[in-house]
Design a protein around this ligand. Structure first.
Ligand code: F6R
Length: 257
């Protein structure tokens, strides 16, 4: 696991955007795993900027979102489809038919056919992740085991409370979601996890220095051979200098000038 610490949240999102752009440039048919939430939003805006300024071609990429609420349809402003449309898909030349979300169709309990679809499309080349304050990735809450494929989950109280900031009231936050499992995530070829802000400092410290455990689902990332963790100064405040890489930041910073 490579840890990169950058000064500000803006630097983290720029770096994340550059990694995605590099992946797509190298392979215009890339399959990208996407997260929603506050952390990657500005990185998606950077992709939009890149598409406008450089005419970048997103026509042949395929995307798989990590998760989706149960009981919120795609037109709802709080749906993850709506989020992705508003922050990215509507402004780049991606084909709608190439953008996938796990099914939240309650009559179909075979959620793992999402994993079959991912496999059919060639597997995820680059998976983008945020991290919950409780260590969740996707909606894999603590106690999720590492063999899980896409499945339905009951959201923890902590996640419902955190996500209530996007809703008019906490009662409107769905209690269930469908998420790619830990194994689905670990099946990706490359993984990048971004975290910003003091609220993430404790969990990032545990992730870097702690054991691999179901108490911290993100810790399973340590079993994967190609993972980059990008943090800003605040989220990385408990990480010792010797434990992170600085050189890569210089590469990206100079490519932006
Ligand atoms: C969202 C997701 C979640 C978020 C995490 C951090 O699709 O999978 O795991 O990445 O809750 O959210 P933010 O970035 O809002 O702090």
């Amino acid at each position: 696991m490579k840890v990169i610490k950058l000064p500000t949240p803006q630097d983290v999102t720029n770096y994340l955007a550059q990694l995605i752009i590099k992946q797509i440039k190298e392979n215009p048919q890339s399959v990208i795993g996407l997260a929603t939430g506050s952390t990657p939003t500005l990185a998606y805006h950077e992709l939009v900027k890149d598409s406008l300024l450089n005419n970048s071609n997103y026509e042949n990429i395929t995307t798989f979102n990590l998760d989706k609420y149960v009981g919120i349809d795609d037109k709802n402003v709080n749906s993850y489809r709506y989020f992705m449309n508003e922050n990215l898909f509507n402004y780049i030349n991606i084909k709608e038919g190439n953008t996938f979300f796990p099914s939240s169709n309650l009559t179909n309990d075979r959620f793992d056919n999402y994993d079959e679809l991912i496999k059919l499309k060639g597997g995820i080349d680059l998976q983008v992740l945020g991290i919950g304050e409780n260590g969740h990735i996707g909606f894999n809450e603590p106690q999720t085991n590492k063999e899980t494929l896409t499945h339905k989950v009951k959201l923890s109280k902590n996640t419902i409370k955190n996500n209530s900031r996007f809703f008019d009231s906490i009662d409107e936050v769905p209690k269930y979601a469908v998420t790619m499992g830990i194994k689905s995530i670990l099946n990706s070829r490359k993984i990048v996890l971004a975290a910003t802000g003091v609220k993430k400092a404790k969990i990032i410290e545990k992730l870097i220095y702690g054991d691999i455990t179901v108490d911290l689902p993100a810790s399973f990332l340590k079993t994967h051979k190609d993972v980059i963790i990008i943090v800003d100064d605040n989220a990385g405040m408990n990480i010792k200098e010797k434990d992170y890489e600085k050189s890569k930041w210089n590469d990206i910073a100079s490519s932006r000038r």
